[in-house]
Design a protein around this ligand. Structure first.
Ligand code: GLP
Length: 267
């Protein structure tokens, strides 16, 4: 895992946008895995600004979102489809026919899950998957205890997740109890993964998944088994990391390498 501790949340969003723009520059038809929640909003703002400045185009890319609530009426303002349209898709040149979320309105949710896996496969898999993290260490809606090999399926949300997400609804009673989510196994098949965490509310989850044991009780710890993961943190989210100075040391060497200085992290 490449652990990058940046000076503030703006720097996290700049760096995240850099990674998306570099990929789209090299491969305009790349397949992006996208996330919802408060955390990626600043990254989406930055991508929209860069689009408006003519620095990036999304015209040829395909997108797959991690998850969608089950049980909200079509067009509900807190559905993840509406979230993505409002915060990203409608604000840049995405082709909506290439932007996918699990469909919660198919009569048989198991069929919706199977179709979603098939669509990701047909697109050739995901090149870069963006993730946030829940305060209990969940990724997408893979709650603690989720199989680390799980595929897209229906999950029941924990009380903690419903409380965390209640701020987007009138009351906690309005937060759905179920969602369709990519599985951890699905997420792990992405070519590269970018996880963002901001604020002290994520510090415990970050410590657990970066430095704790690999366990289904901390779903994000599965990322320890992925070869190409970048974790972008602000100082508050990084505040409980024990090996922080080592991560900073390695990151400085890595940046020097990328800038062409002839030194090696192990040299
Ligand atoms: C939800 C989403 C996750 C997201 C998490 C954290 O549970 N399904 O994908 O990472 O919330 O959200 P936030 O970024 O608002 O803290």
């Amino acid at each position: 895992m490449r652990i990058v501790i940046l000076e503030n949340q703006d720097a996290v969003h700049q760096r995240a946008a850099d990674l998306f723009c570099t990929l789209l520059d090299q491969r305009p038809d790349a397949t992006l895995g996208l996330a919802t929640g408060g955390t990626p909003l600043g990254t989406y703002e930055e991508l929209v600004s860069r689009f408006e400045e003519g620095r990036v185009s999304f015209a040829e890319c395909t997108t797959f979102n991690l998850d969608e609530y089950l049980g909200l009426p079509a067009g509900h303002p807190e559905s993840y489809l509406r979230f993505m349209e409002h915060n990203l898709f409608s604000r840049a040149n995405f082709d909506s026919s290439y932007c996918h979320l699990p469909d919660p309105h198919i009569e048989d949710p198991a069929e919706a899950c199977r179709l979603y896996e098939q669509m990701i496969d047909d697109a050739g898999g995901i090149d870069l998957q963006l993730l946030g993290i829940g305060s209990d260490g969940h990724i997408a809606f893979n709650e603690p205890g989720s199989s680390l090999a799980s595929r897209t399926r229906v999950k029941a949300l924990t009380q903690q997740t419903r409380e965390d997400n209640a701020r987007f609804f009138d009351s906690i009673d309005d937060v759905p109890t179920l969602a369709i989510t990519m599985g951890i196994g699905t997420i792990m098949e992405a070519n590269s993964i970018l996880l963002l965490a901001i604020g002290s509310g994520k510090a415990e989850a970050v410590e657990a998944f970066v430095e704790g044991p690999l366990t289904a009780q901390v779903p994000a710890s599965a990322l320890q088994m992925h070869p190409t993961v970048t974790v972008l943190l602000d100082p508050a989210a990084a505040s409980r990391l024990k090996r922080r100075s080592y991560y900073e040391y390695v990151e400085n060497l890595q940046l020097e390498l990328e800038q062409g200085v002839s030194r090696h992290p192990n040299g």
